[in-house]
Write a protein that binds this ligand. Structure first.
Ligand SMILES: [Zn+2]
Length: 165
């Protein structure tokens, strides 16, 4: 069976920055492959485009330019926040507020965004709310482990039912 809309794909991948020799970002192997419902709109469209039509056992590799992945790094996603908003019961928790830490924060609309702490001064904290992969070209390489037809229930729910629901 070929990968197409409404198929369930299991695949391995090695994700590196830029090209095959780039910095390793994530690795998913055969013991616990990445399983997803193809065409459900949760994956990057260009990612799906590159594996469409492949069958079980096929090896693949391709690069996604940052514009087809998580977009450019945005200057307006860098923010200066008042340090006191990090206070809990009037105290700053040093186990949370330190340089390089990712902290979940709510924006004005109540959405949770992950922000990375870049700099801490006496009264301000500079944070980066860009996606961690923004501005990066990504390289994927792996194997298609399995392809099967999705059940009508999976299509209706827009996710895979593989026991771990
Ligand atoms: Zn379900």
């Amino acid at each position: 069976m070929k990968i197409a809309n409404s198929t369930v794909v299991s695949m391995t991948y090695t994700l590196t920055e830029n090209d095959e020799k780039g910095l390793m970002i994530q690795e998913v192997d055969k013991d616990k492959p990445f399983v997803f419902l193809f065409g459900s709109g949760f994956l990057l469209p260009k990612f799906e485009e590159h594996i469409t039509g492949l069958e079980m056992g096929a090896d693949y590799s391709f690069q996604l330019k940052s514009n087809d992945a998580y977009g450019p790094t945005r200057e307006d996603a860098l923010m200066e926040l008042d340090k006191n908003i990090f206070e809990v019961d009037g105290k700053i928790d040093d186990n949370i507020l330190f340089i390089g830490n990712d902290i979940p924060m709510q924006n004005d609309e109540g959405h949770t965004l992950m922000g990375k702490v870049l700099k801490i001064t006496d009264d301000k904290v500079r944070m980066d709310f860009n996606h961690p992969l923004a501005g990066k070209d990504l390289f994927f390489k792996g194997e298609i482990v399995a392809v099967r037809k999705a059940t009508s229930e999976e299509i209706e729910h827009e996710h895979v039912h593989d026991g771990e629901h």
